[in-house]
Design a protein around this ligand. Sequence first.
Ligand SMILES: C=C(O[C@@H]1C=C(C(=O)O)C=C[C@H]1O)C(=O)O
Length: 372
Amino acid sequence: MEYILETKEKFNLDQLRCAIDEIDNNILELINKRLSLGKHIGDVKKEKGTKVLDRNREKEVLQRLCALNNGPATDDLVRYLFNVIMTATKEIQKAKIIAFPGPEAGDAHIAALNIFSHSGTFVLQPTIRDVFRGVDKKESRYGVVPVENSIEGAISNTLDLFSEFNLNIIAEYYDQISCDLLSITGNITDVKKIYALPQSIARCRGWLGNKMQGVDIIEIGTSAAAARIAVEDPSVAVIATGRSAHIYGLQEIESKIEDHMGNVTRFLVIGNEKMHPSGCDKTSIVFVTSHTPGALLMALEPVKKAGLNMVKLESRPTRHQNWSYYFFMDIEGHILDSRVSDALEGMKKHCLFLKHLGSYPAFYNEKNVHGG
Ligand SMILES: C=C(O[C@@H]1C=C(C(=O)O)C=C[C@H]1O)C(=O)O
């Protein structure tokens, strides 16, 4: 590669691209080395209690590099590129704390682990409100909250909290929660008692009646409590999602024991940041119309005119005034797309209140959405 740069000889496209590939490999390796060093610096800062951002050091870094620069890169380009690299270096130093509503190893915990591929610090909060509060106070960077279940419907608590806190939706995730039978031995013939949440017992009544005759079925408040008993006693099994088996240290006896399949929960990731367009996004808003005939129809007119696809419309009492409602709406598209922003501006003229809750990548996975 050095040879190509130094000689006047002509090279073909493949040879030149090959040389570029070699440089890219080196750049990538060096960026990863730099990020790893950044992580070490982050640990030192954590010990000393100093901040991640150090503007003076960043200034020095940029000045030094611009002084070294011999072109053809301009100093502006050097500053731009290294600002991006330094942003990534700061990101890696920040602990990624992800809050979820309990119980431990419950549906929201499992969803959070899947969404973030197990990378981060996962913090249990007693309630969905505590998840919102923690993210709002920046104690955690992200929160994972359930918003809708294909059997139970909307999780109204979550919807209400969106009008109370000014947080952004930054992702959505659909998860099929299956009921599985777990025990310490993984052997069905050992089972004499089954501990489970009342709703899990209700979901699996048919299977339990068929396959577990003579076995005691005992209601318990949390799956974690049931698991703690099962870990100590080989005659005890629990109904929980098989994906939590490794968290509890249990083994799967039988999977998908529920009578009706397709129990899918939609989760939202909330945070203080805004997402860039991904090319396939959803925009969520909440609005209140005046209490007059046809107000909702008028408010929706700009969405229809813009040809935007509305994928959800849900109402909740405002609780400020009887019979007035918050409408939660999801449309396809990103707020930075003028068709979406213009439609929302148009809607505002017919609304008493309208708030953008976030534009985020749509989770279009047929298998997950439809529970297949
Ligand atoms: C890596 C550090 O943390 C941050 C990142 C920097 C970088 O990427 O060079 C510089 C200063 C800090 O804002 C550091 O303090 O050295």
